[in-house]
Write a protein that binds this ligand. Sequence first.
Ligand SMILES: Nc1ncnc2c1ncn2[C@@H]1O[C@H](COP(=O)(O)OP(=O)(O)OP(=O)(O)O)[C@@H](O)[C@H]1O
Ligand SMILES: [Mg+2]
Length: 329
Amino acid sequence: MTAVATATPPAGTSAAPAGLSIRGLVKIHPGPVCALKGVDLEIPGGMFGLLGPNGAGKSTLMSIVAGLVEPTAGTVLLDGVDIVERPAYVRERLGFLPQDFGFYPELSGRAMLEFLLRLKGISGARGRREMADALLERVNLADAAKRKVGGYSGGMRQRLGLAQAIAGDPRILIVDEPTAGLDPEERQRFYRLLAELSVGRVVLLSTHIVDDVATLCPRLAVIKSGTVVADTTPAAARESVEGLVHEGFVADGDLVGFAREHRVLSAVLVEGRTNRVRVFVPPGAAVPAGFTRSPGTLEDAYLVLMRVPDHEVPPALARSIPAATEAAR
Ligand SMILES: Nc1ncnc2c1ncn2[C@@H]1O[C@H](COP(=O)(O)OP(=O)(O)OP(=O)(O)O)[C@@H](O)[C@H]1O
Ligand SMILES: [Mg+2]
């Protein structure tokens, strides 16, 4: 069956760039809700993080790339092939772990996986069982194969979801908010697995957890209200806010007033009384009294994009990579 065919790209057969190329993507959902407002992204290969808050358009973008939803306008090329015109091309080369992955709690892990493999078009009971066992091994669930999925932890379920996604060695792996609700240990485990799986394929990871991206992704885009507001690397993003982030303490009762005067990125309550506050201070603006400079983090850069008015966002942060690419042409 096509779903299990080795999904390596037709290397050297096309002059088109390898990887994923998204151009002018627009999606208007019924409502109407404009979920994507003209997205351009070039994703050559490896792990790519799509970072954005709730409702930003991450799942919409992923469903389009997966060939499950038709865009209102724009093109998506996978290894040079237009997948809006030929959704079957991507479906045959795709592993997808959707945001809301349904399981049957009464089935064992292995039975669940065999069922999912059947849905993916893998025929032959024996072949399916062998494949299921190999995949369970791959995601470190062999020992839990006979246990009911209803008793799995969140991390185990996500690994089971990943097992069906990687069946058939897909060229492109899409994982939509896979670490939401996982505890730190499970998250680390999932990261490790995903990093191993990213070799030789395009992996698109959506998340609203900055740590996911900082740990895993050499490249990332930040999406806000259907628009890509940054396309960068974790290091470049950190650098772009370097020297502009300051930290200090603000009493709980003063925080609202303080936030009116300053660009607060984050405020963390300490011992229930005071707040450790990080602020963005644009060049030329006054540093709040008692605050000291703090090394910029990816979280700071993300929060600058979310909370600071557009005209104050450091130019090096806003859509940094495309601008650089443009200059290099
Ligand atoms: N099928 C749909 N019909 C109507 N509106 C939709 C549909 N799917 C998504 N939307 C809307 O489009 C916008 C983007 O939604 P989307 O699910 O893509 O965001 P997201 O970044 O994945 O959010 P989350 O982090 O909550 O998963 C939201 O305003 C959402 O309400
Ligand atoms: Mg989503």
